[in-house]
Design a protein around this ligand. Structure first.
Ligand code: KIV
Length: 271
């Protein structure tokens, strides 16, 4: 038997529904490696999403489409190894779940074996059979509606989804995913009023990104949140300026090596 420890307990899937019932806002940030994940965990975030935004943020791709299951497994394992309290959620990358529920289960199981506690997949009604199979097979699923980056070739680039008739579609898809067993729903770039309507209509929590303040929680890409790059989407608040801080540190290092002030006597042993 595992001995009891005094560590705070891990945020587990049943707490998602409890948080919604209690009106406690949920927090999620992306994380892709063992360097950043424990820092975000120590800040008190509930969930770390090993997002397929890994493709853009870490691997230098211009979209999420080239991301492979192996990329996701490696990143998920690193985040899982480096954390002990957060719920680790891993994205199913493009091409690893759409063809059949069985394919979705096989791909999701690999992410769970790598350390994920839940997986996220994009899309509405067409994904419900996969969501049902995974949920019944013990793999919690988070849905993703609104702007879904893996469909950028069909729907165009990043844009608000859910105006006019699309609002009805999003609501119907949200109900379908909940009924199929999804444990939460990410709403990306959806008008705030539509996000609010979906949030009130569901018993599972909604987690918004560019969807306004009426969702049950918020998610951001960590590097956007921390101000790592010069440009951030308009729906992001820069909570820090890490990119500039890193640039200044590297510049001081370069200068110190050039002017012989590093390494100093405290940094080495003469004999
Ligand atoms: O991959 C990702 O970072 C995401 C968030 C934008 C929700 O899916």
């Amino acid at each position: 038997m595992t001995p009891p420890t005094d560590r705070p307990t891990r945020f587990r899937v049943p707490r998602l529904a409890r948080a919604k019932q209690e009106g406690r806002r949920l927090t999620m940030l992306t994380a892709y490696d063992a360097l950043i994940a424990p820092i975000l965990e120590s800040a008190g975030v509930d969930m770390l999403l090993v997002g397929d935004s890994l493709g853009n943020v870490v691997l230098g791709h211009s979209s999420t489409l080239p991301v492979t299951l192996e990329d996701m497994e490696r990143s998920t394992a690193a985040v899982a190894r480096a954390t002990s309290r957060v719920l680790v959620v891993a994205d199913l990358p493009f091409g690893t779940y759409e063809a059949s529920p069985e394919l979705a289960f096989a791909s999701a199981a690999r992410l769970v074996k790598a350390g994920a506690h839940a997986v996220k997949l994009e899309g509405g009604r067409p994904r419900c059979a996969a969501v049902r199979l995974l949920s019944e097979g013990g793999i919690p699923v988070i849905g993703h509606l609104g702007y879904t980056p893996q469909s950028e070739n069909s729907i165009g680039g990043p844009r608000l989804r859910g105006r006019g008739d699309q609002a009805e579609q999003i609501l119907a898809d949200a109900h379908g995913l909940e009924e199929a067993g999804a444990v939460a729903l990410v709403l990306e770039m959806v008008p705030a009023d539509v996000a609010g309507e979906v949030t009130r209509a569901l018993t599972i929590p909604t987690i918004g990104i560019g969807a306004g303040p009426q969702t049950d929680g918020q998610v951001l890409v960590w590097s956007d949140m921390a101000g790592m790059s010069e440009w951030t989407p308009s729906f992001v608040h820069r909570f820090g300026e890490l990119g500039e801080a890193l640039r200044v540190a590297a510049e001081r290092y370069v200068t110190s090596v050039a002017d012989d002030s590093f390494p100093g006597t405290e940094n080495y042993h003469a004999t």
